[in-house]
Structures are given as C-alpha cells and as structure tokens.
Design a protein around this ligand. Structure first.
Ligand code: NOJ
Length: 544
C-alpha cells in the first residue's frame, strides 16, 4: 500500500480540501466555476498545504439541486468542462502530489437520467423496478401529513411528501429530496451492478476516492413502513416540513445497508489504495457501524458532530471524547467543520476570533480534517436576497434555510467579482470581498490564511499532530480545552480558550513548553503557565 512518510495510509495523514466547483473559479466567463478554473488554482491549493481535494458533483445535471441530481454518472456537464478536462485535472492534481476525491450520489438520480425516463415510461418497462414505484392508498397511517393516497407518510428532506404521482402510469415514485431526484431501488441487483460500474469508470480514470452522498438512505425498509412521529420536532417547522416532523426510522440506516457498503468497498478494493468516505449522520453507536466489523466498510464515515455542539470547551471536549471512546481500534477518526450544506463556520461559531480557534481545533485533533473552500479566508455567510435564492431547500422551506449563503464565490481578490469570474456569478459575491480575499491575506502575517498555512505546515512537519495519539488534559481554567498529542518522537499540547476572557493554563506535571503557534500568530515563548487571551489557542512542544 502507498503510505505517507509517517507510514499511515494517505487518507489518515492527509487534510482534505472541499471544492464546490460552481463557486471556486470560473475560467470561461459564464459566471459558474469549472474544472479548468480548479486546475488554474491547484498551485494555491497545494501551497495552502492540504494533501487531497474533494469535488462536489460536476456530472451532467439539470442542476435542480446544483449537481446532486445526476443525469449521467459517467460524464462531465458542459458547464464544468469535458472528460478531457477532468483527465487533465486528475493528472495535474497528481503531479502536485495531491489526491483527488469525487462525489458519488447513489441514493437518487435526476428525473432526466435515461434510467428514470425508461422507468417511468410504462409499468412493464425493464427498468420500472430500478426506482421505487407504488400504487396509491397503501398508507397505514390515517394521520399521513402529506395527504390521502400517498403510499406512506415519508417526507422529502426539501419539503412536502416524499412521493410524486405520475399520471402516465398511475403510480407514485419515491424521492427523499426534490421530485426531480427519484430514489434508486438498491434492492434491485441490476441497479447495484450498474452503479458499481460507475464507480469503476472513475477509478480507472485515476480518482483516489469517493465521498458518497447520503449513503445511509440507499437501502430503505423492505415494507416502506410509515415513520413514527418525532416527539421532539420543533414547533416552528414550516408546515410543509413533513420530514422534520417524523423520526428517520424506516427511510435510512437500515441494518442491511451494511451489506451494500461492504460490496461498494469491494469495488474500491479492486484498485490500489482508494478511499471511501460516507456522508452519515445519526447516533454514535449506529454511526460507528459504518466502519464495518473489522474495517471492511467505509474508511471515513464523515463525522459532523463538532458542527453543532455548543461552542464551548465542555461541548467540544465531550464530543471528541465520546467519539474517541466509541471508535473500534482499527477505526480512524475524522472531523468536519464546514461544508456546502451548513452555514459558514465563521458565522456559526460567532465571528473571526472563534473561527481562528476552530481552525486550530480542526487541524490539531487526531483524525482526518476536511476543510471547506473559503473557510481558510474566514469567509462568512453571504447575504442572498429572497428573490435571488436558488437552493431548493431555501425555496421550499424558507429563506432562513437556504444553503446559498455558504456557496458564494471564492474571494480571490478585490476586483469586481472577487476574481472569481469576469462576469456576474451565479450567486452574489459576499459583501466583504474587497477586504476579505486571498490576495489581501496572502502576505499579511496576521491573516486567517496565514494561520491556516502555518497550522497546515506544522501539522505536516509534526507527526505528533498529524497521526499521534490524543489524550485530554483536565485543567482548572474555565472553558479551556487542553489536550496532548503524542508520537514516539514528540509530545505537543494544544490549549484552546473558548471564553471571551483571559485564562491561565498550567502545563501538566509542571513541565515547560515552547509555543510553536498561537492563533494570534505573535508569540513563541517557552513557559510553564500560559496566559491565553480571549479565544486564543496555542500549540506547544513539551520540553524534556
Ligand atoms: C447531501 C448533499 O450534501 C446535499 O448538498 C444534497 O442536496 C443532498 N445530499 C441530496 O443529494
């Protein structure tokens, strides 16, 4: 197996950088980012100091869900370029020593996919059973929130019922997202075979791994039973949020999804050194099962827990310790603090100082970090006026839920469209681009970008931080999270002050430590007791 210098598989010692292709760099002036734009910026990504990129979908798509509605799993949408451009992207990425991971969306296709067009054409079409069709009125639940006649009570994540009636054949089809995203029937072996081939198509082209979209949804309850009502649903949900009012008991995380994931892993293992990442939510004891019995499922089930715990030392430490305790010995942790579905981390955590602390946290915990484009500049939620909302979630469930806010164009410089495109982009550039942009931060010794680069460099150069063990250190300082990262060669302490006040933290066993990096980028003392400023974090090398 191809391993990194510290002899861990690459997906354990790397940092992943997520690129949302529509918003990264537009090379042809149509206002939408593309593959050639990404190629132009590969040097930037390499110099940032990450080791892998993950691309959100670039497949042919009607773009109802901006590429998560795929009309052909084996091609590139002309908006993004061509297969030749993709091959060049793979070559150029590898030439810089970076890995490339792509999105794979197995739960649903676009309604424009030829498979669905065939499937909906008649009840006896050979592909009818490739999707999930049911006749009206099988619902066992008289309280079906979606209305009469629906096959069951399930809701679509993006609002409304999960079923749409197709008058042509007189049946409903299932879609757990918008109606233009029909769910595939993964219980049909022909679907499995066809979809496994789509993986091989990209593996042969040299991709190093896949991020698998809502992988736990692929296999549903055999009988499609009604989901129970969620007793803790917020009373403020919009009326059409049926999904939010129900528990996800039968529509996802069924025991037999694991057999499918083992098969997917088998496909990855036909090739050298590839990695499977899954988008997975849910309670820890069930989530941990996605690593497999002995590591035979996903390499990295995405861990999103830190995104929503309270931004406090106790909340964060609780989440990290719970995860560490739940992992079987073969399983490698990972952490995500931002992506294309959630508010920007700088907005979510309350500001730039908190975002700096979060950066140090993400890049010093034990486990593979995934970093979202623009977070390295401290990009905040963009303001999208209601009439400019394009995200189906925002259009259906209300302005407050739109994900457009975290998908605004990358801020490269202070030119009219932030250097993203010469022309008006598909989403408005965030208002702060003239001051918050890559160009302005690149040579500023105190900028967020400089902090990220220094953190990534330190992580690369310090095996204790990249792959060492983790142990929490209990300290008396209120609202401070302190932990030790240890390898056979070195011992580091990370001390993070989550409070808005100064705090004193003493190093364990009265040892001395040299500050390697502060989130404030301004100190390198050697000391026994550290004075941390509000929201300051430091990494120290322990002496002796
Ligand atoms: C999860 C993806 O991250 C999200 O962007 C998408 O809308 C849904 N899955 C549906 O594919």
């Amino acid at each position: 197996m191809h391993t990194s210098p510290n002899s861990k598989p690459w997906w354990q010692s790397c940092v992943v950088y997520q690129v949302y292709p529509r918003s990264f760099k537009d090379s042809n002036g149509d206002g939408v980012g593309d593959l050639n734009g990404i190629i132009e910026k590969l040097d930037y990504i390499r110099d940032l100091g990450v080791q892998a990129i993950w691309l959100s979908p670039f497949y042919p798509s009607p773009m109802v869900d901006f590429g998560y509605d795929i009309a052909d799993y084996c091609d590139v949408d002309p908006l993004f370029g061509s297969l030749d451009d993709f091959d060049r992207l793979v070559r150029e990425t590898h030439a810089r020593g970076l890995k490339i991971i792509i999105d794979w969306v197995p739960n649903h296709t676009s309604d424009q996919h030829p498979w669905f067009k065939e499937s909906r054409s008649s009840r006896d079409n050979p592909k009818r059973d490739w999707y999930i069709w049911r006749s009206p009125s099988l619902s066992q639940n008289s309280e079906n929130l979606g209305g009469d006649g629906l096959p069951n009570n399930w809701g679509s994540v993006f609002g409304g019922p999960a079923w749409t009636f197709d008058p042509h054949t007189g049946q409903y089809y299932l879609h757990q997202f918008v109606k233009e995203q029909p769910d595939l029937n993964w219980r049909n072996p022909e679907v499995q075979t066809a979809m496994f081939e789509t993986l091989r198509f990209w593996l042969r082209r040299g991709v190093d791994g896949f991020r698998m979209d809502v992988i736990a949804m692929t296999v549903k309850d055999k009988e499609l039973r009604d989901n129970p009502t969620n007793p803790n649903a917020s009373p403020n949900l919009p009326p059409n949020d049926i999904y939010g009012r129900l528990l996800e008991k039968y529509n996802l995380d069924q025991d037999d999804v694991h057999e499918l994931i083992r098969q997917i892993r088998g496909v990855l293992d036909e090739f050298d050194d590839r990695c499977g990442i899954g988008e997975l939510w849910g309670p820890l004891p069930r989530w941990v099962r996605y690593y497999g019995q002995n590591g035979d499922e996903l390499h990295l089930p995405f861990n999103f827990r830190l995104m929503w715990v309270p931004f406090s030392a106790e909340g964060i430490r609780g989440s990290v310790d719970e995860l560490e305790a739940a992992l079987p010995p073969f399983a490698w942790p990972n952490y995500v603090l931002g992506n294309h579905d959630q508010p920007r981390l700088a907005t979510r955590f309350g500001g730039q100082s908190q975002a700096r602390l979060a950066a140090m946290l993400l890049l010093t915990l034990r486990g593979t970090p995934t970093l979202y484009y623009g977070d390295e500049l401290g990009m905040e939620n963009g303001y999208i006026p209601p009439e400019k909302v394009v995200d189906p979630q925002g259009k259906n469930l209300g302005h407050a839920r739109t994900r457009d806010v975290c998908r605004t164009p990358m801020q490269w410089d202070d030119s009219p469209f932030a250097g993203f495109s010469p022309n008006e982009p598909w989403l408005p550039v965030s208002a702060d681009f003239q001051t918050r942009n890559m160009n302005a931060q690149a040579d500023d010794p105190a900028s967020m970008l400089t902090l990220y680069r220094r953190l990534l460099q330190l992580r690369r150069e310090t095996p204790a931080l990249a792959v060492g063990s983790y142990s929490p250190v209990t300290v008396s300082a209120e609202n401070c999270f302190v932990y030790r990262r240890t390898s056979d060669r070195a011992e580091c302490i990370v001390a993070l002050n989550f409070s808005a006040e100064n705090r004193q933290v003493s190093l364990p066993n009265a040892r001395r430590g040299k500050i390697l990096l502060s989130t404030h980028l301004d100190r390198h003392e050697t000391l026994e007791t550290i004075s941390l400023r509000p929201f300051e974090g430091v990494i120290l090398a322990l002496e002796g």
